[in-house]
Design a protein around this ligand. Sequence first.
Ligand code: NAD
Ligand code: IPM
Ligand code: MN
Length: 358
Amino acid sequence: MSKKVLVLPGDGIGPEIVAEAVKVLNKVNESFSLGLELEEGLVGGAGYDAAGTPLPAETLEKALAADAILLGAVGGPKWDKLEDRALRPEQGLLGIRKNLELFGNLRPAILYPQLAEASTLKAEVVSGLDILIVRELTGGIYFGKPRGIRTLENGDREGYNTYVYNETEIRRIGRVAFESAMKRNKKLCSVDKANVLEVTVLWREIMEELAPEYPEVELSHMYVDNAAMQLVRAPKQFDVIVTGNMFGDILSDAAAMLTGSIGMLPSASLDKNNKGMYEPCHGSAPDIAGKGIANPLATILSVAMMLRYTFGEGAAADAIEAAVSKVLDQGLRTGDIYSEGMTRVGTAEMGDAVLAAL
Ligand code: NAD
Ligand code: IPM
Ligand code: MN
């Protein structure tokens, strides 16, 4: 079986954090004899600058041929003013998700006990936190049509998007969520806005329809506004959260702060065969790009998810996670997770420390 990994560094801090993750991937590839073949590609602003499009045909071909993709981040102020929206860096990322049908986005928010002091929340609120956000990734308002900006008869411009899910899309993400819950603490909270939006009335109905197939899982429902509040009030009430594309985007950034920093949150975006793209949940962080201070751990932890979910290499994944825990034990911290008394390190030092701990 071929085991191809496509590496897409992207923009901003993307290349900096991906370099560290690739070091880690190369090391476990060797020590665990994984037989992975790595190749690189261009995406986002980097794709636009080199080939005039955020998703060059060559990149899409490589992505379709790969078993797994490791992506840094895309976007930045340099490309924000591009008139043609289809050329913006974010479209490269969305294009890969859509073309590869990576509908199942897993975003685990786990607090490493060493980082209890790094969270802006009280230690007792977040200690022991281990939740999983399952976000639908190829539908909803991100992709619904019609969409655009139009000029009305009175000359007023109007922006519009369409929030749509069909039951097939809801059912398949629902199954991912129920199955994830089965492997964890068997609690699933479906987050919607069924008090206002019909699309989520259907969402709730389909989740209820699936529930009898997973009798051990306790299914509950919550409105998204309350869910945002509960996530910061008492996050440990959750085990698995399942929600649509946009709500999942927002709630996962909020959940990131429970883990100390957005720089700690990895993700897996999977198709129905567990082929996937792996990336940190954060963006290209233009404010700190080029300074060598970004936290590479979310990207390194995304490599662990790749080994576990796409390649079934649990032991290698465990080794990476244990190495991350070890460097945190050593007191090493990038600026985003720094707290008093710790040792402040840069991106490469953090990557090297993980490598040494492996
Ligand atoms: P962002 O996640 O890039 O940054 C938000 C804040 O978090 C910034 O202060 C940044 O410095 C900090 N941060 C993020 N990652 C960090 C890390 N690893 N270590 C330390 N600090 C970190 O979000 P934004 O500023 O809203 O977006 C910037 C650009 O990134 C935009 O163009 C946006 O579209 C894009 N974006 C891309 C992705 C992706 O590629 N998956 C995700 C989110 C945003
Ligand atoms: C994410 C990002 C993307 C999203 C953007 C960059 C398109 O915020 O991966 O969370 O909204 O999905
Ligand atoms: Mn996001």
